[in-house]
Design a protein. Structure first.
Length: 262
């Protein structure tokens, strides 16, 4: 083909294309929903949101430019979680990022089509969120945080700071962190042992927290383990005050607890 004929052919084809196809189309604005199990004004929530935003920026997702983020916070309240989940599903985002067991449980019931990414959710297989760690299947995937073997680590750390310790209460809310009972059973079946007897101790309100810790304070050789749990995070001030009042040695999952206690 002669050069003039080639130029004529390309020019004619370009003229036939729609104007929009020849212009570079702007990337569509993606929509992401973020639902945390703790309160919006909680320093832990602000820290997690900041890390989330930074991670998105590192991947080229800039809020207000190519991504819109809907933020919701539940303050550990199951009813508020359900309300937020229903609202976010109606918004039909491209993906929902959820934190905590009650949040993911509510999302799982609400949608089987919107992709869900969980963060800081423990025992996702045992809780039925995914079919396996290697192949999650369905519309849910994410990152787990605690394995049952960590219970032994917590008990050992507590014994390090309180050498006379012989038993510890693993305090959690079964409505927001039901997996700890299973973790303890798995831990007890392991062949090794630690010098501290760890027992599951459920609590559901501040009065039960105070009752448990005051009882530990009256029993020599007792200590407290406060593991990751939305309820524990929300009620950490009450836990710290009570542990200090009754002089109960305690180990906490988050650095923020220790910083506030000193």
């Amino acid at each position: 083909m002669r050069r003039r004929e080639f130029i004529t052919l390309v020019g004619g084809a370009a003229a036939a294309w729609p104007l929009g196809a020849r212009a570079q189309q702007p990337a569509p604005m993606r929509r992401v929903s973020l639902l945390l199990g703790i309160a919006e004004n909680d320093p832990e929530a602000r820290s997690r949101v900041k890390a989330f935003q930074q991670g998105l920026r590192d991947l080229g997702w800039l809020e207000g430019r190519n991504i819109r983020i809907d933020y919701r916070f539940s303050d550990g309240d199951p009813n508020r979680i359900k309300e937020h989940v229903a609202e976010l599903v109606r918004l039909a985002p491209d993906v929902i990022v959820g934190n905590s067991t009650p949040v993911i449980a509510a999302l799982q019931q609400a949608t089987s089509t919107i992709p869900i990414v969980f963060a800081v959710v423990n025992d996702p297989v045992g809780q039925g969120f995914i079919s396996s760690l290697a192949r999650p299947a369905g519309n849910i995937t994410g990152f787990t945080f605690v394995e049952f073997a960590m219970i032994g680590k917590w008990g050992g750390m507590l014994r390090d700071v309180s050498p006379d310790l012989s038993r510890a209460a693993l305090m959690f809310n079964p409505d927001t962190a039901p997996y700890y009972v299973g973790y303890l059973r798995s831990f007890e079946r392991m062949p090794w042992s630690i010098p501290v007897d760890v027992s599951a101790t459920p609590v559901r309100d501040v009065a039960e927290i105070e009752e448990l810790i005051s009882k530990l304070g009256r029993e020599p050789g007792s200590g407290l383990i406060a593991p990751p749990d939305p309820f524990i995070i929300v009620q950490r001030d009450a836990i710290l005050r009570s542990a200090k009042k009754h002089r109960v040695p305690a180990v906490y999952a988050y650095r923020q607890f220790v910083l506030k206690a000193v």
